[in-house]
Each structure stands twice: as structure tokens, then as C-alpha cells.
Design a protein around this ligand. Structure first.
Ligand SMILES: [Cu+2]
Length: 81
């Protein structure tokens, strides 16, 4: 399982490469709610309040840019091989 932490309005790590079938846990360690929402709709967490997390599985292979619905300047990249 891979973990992406959300702190200070950033996804950490901002870019992550995983294998098909891997899982990713999104953890919000920030002071406001955030989401991780793929631009191609391949995955989307629910709104994560402070201290909560969400487990998702790898979407189809490729590059999946994603953002936070509430804060579009927050951007990340999930690459699935
Ligand atoms: Cu946000």
C-alpha cells in the first residue's frame, strides 16, 4: 500500500508511480478538508476532513493528474504502470 499525505495544501509526494492493482491511502493531515480527484474521473476520494483517510485502488494504467476539488491549485500525479 502506498500513502499520500496531505499537509499544508500539498500532496506529498506530489508524484507517485504504482503498479496496477496497488492501493493508495490518502491521509489528510491538514487543517482543512481536502479531496484527491482525478481529472479523468478514474478515482476520487470523498471529502477528507482533518485526520481522516481513504483507501483507493489503482485505476487503469497511465498518467492520472489529480487535484483537490476545494482547492484546484493543489495538484498531483498518480502514474499506474
Ligand atoms: Cu483542498
Amino acid at each position: 500500500m502506498h500513502v499520500v499525505r496531505i499537509t499544508e495544501f500539498r500532496f506529498q509526494p506530489e508524484t507517485l508511480t504504482i503498479a496496477a492493482g496497488d492501493s493508495v491511502r490518502w491521509e489528510n493531515r491538514d487543517i482543512l478538508p481536502h479531496t484527491a480527484t482525478a481529472g479523468d474521473s478514474s478515482f476520487a476520494t470523498p471529502e477528507l476532513s482533518t485526520g481522516t483517510s481513504s483507501l483507493d485502488y489503482a485505476p487503469v494504467a497511465g498518467d492520472h493528474p489529480y487535484h483537490c476539488d476545494a482547492h484546484p491549485v493543489m495538484r498531483g500525479m498518480l502514474t499506474v504502470r
